[in-house]
Design a protein around this ligand. Structure first.
Ligand code: NAD
Length: 261
């Protein structure tokens, strides 16, 4: 259990990729802070499962990370419970699909606040503790959309490209403090986030569900398979290892060849 004694905070970890990260890190003995929305009973079941897997503590924070004051409250609670956060995974994210000229302004603001600004706030609040330990890991769930664009996803593509830039800057600023900062950039992973964008994409492109799945989602993914959340989590676990200490400022693609094209 190479993460015993470490604390990992994973934003947006009540479902999908975030929950897979939490499970992978718990198996290696880390204390876990999960965050996100959802059914309270289901979240409590997951929280208990994490403690059973790790033999350590798991706590839940339901704060809305599109709001800086709530991010501060979450980070304060984590510091009170565990002293600080050794591993920060910025993963909470939402999507909205619409042409630029019809893109709802409040959706733009939400996506930039949650998918980009939240990572700045969690990072600035986590770094002093990491520096005091001379060890830390900052991992962003970016996306193939941090490297390339698709139509109708202006806010998401903008936020993810920004996240990639923030990560490179963090890597340089923290390079001599034993702290690495990296992006993991999945292609399409079958999670609620992907499932939910199918109706809007059907509307935006005038397509059937099957056409969206095969001609849009998997069209750009040469392997013609969805990535799994567990494959993404395995990369995060590797980035936490001492063997990965020289990997910093990198953008690790897990996209079935999408961005190789
Ligand atoms: P998901 O919808 O399953 O999970 C999103 C998580 O964020 C949930 O826990 C949700 O409760 C939480 N969340 C939503 N709004 C929040 C808020 N305001 N405050 C706090 N938490 C909030 O989606 P997912 O596919 O697992 O996505 C996770 C990350 O992976 C996102 O950043 C997404 O952009 C990225 N990603 C996903 C894919 C994919 O194909 N699924 C591909 C590349 C990148």
């Amino acid at each position: 259990m190479f993460l015993s004694g470490k604390t990992a905070l994973i934003t947006g970890s009540t479902s999908g990729i975030g929950l897979a990260y939490a499970k992978a890190l718990a198996v290696e003995g880390a204390n876990i802070v999960i965050n996100g929305f959802g059914d309270p009973d289901a979240i409590e079941t997951e929280r208990k499962g994490l403690e059973a897997a790790s033999g350590a503590k798991a706590t839940y924070s339901g704060h809305d990370l599109s709001k800086p004051d709530q991010i501060e409250a979450m980070m304060k609670e984590a510091a009170e419970a565990f002293g600080g956060v050794d591993i920060l995974i910025n993963n909470a994210g939402v999507q909205h699909v619409a042409p630029v000229e019809e893109f709802p302004v409040e959706k733009w603001d939400l996506i930039i606040a949650l998918n980009l600004n939240a990572a700045f706030h969690t990072s600035r609040l986590a770094i002093p503790y990491m520096k005091s330990k001379n060890w830390g890991r900052i991992i962003q769930t970016a996306s193939a959309h941090s490297l390339t664009a698709s139509p109708f996803k202006s806010a998401y593509v903008t936020a993810k490209h920004g996240l990639a830039g923030l990560t490179k800057t963090l890597a340089l600023e923290l390079a001599t403090h034993g702290i690495t900062a990296n992006c993991i950039s999945p292609g399409y992973v079958w999670t609620p986030l992907v499932e939910k964008q199918i109706p809007d994409t059907m509307k935006a492109r005038n397509m059937t569900k099957e056409q969206v799945m095969n001609d849009v989602l998997l069209a750009g993914q040469p392997t013609k398979q969805f990535v799994t959340a567990e494959q993404v989590a395995a990369m995060a676990l590797y980035l936490c290892r001492d063997e990965a200490a020289q990997i910093t400022g990198a953008n690790m693609s897990i996209d079935g060849g999408w961005t190789a094209q």
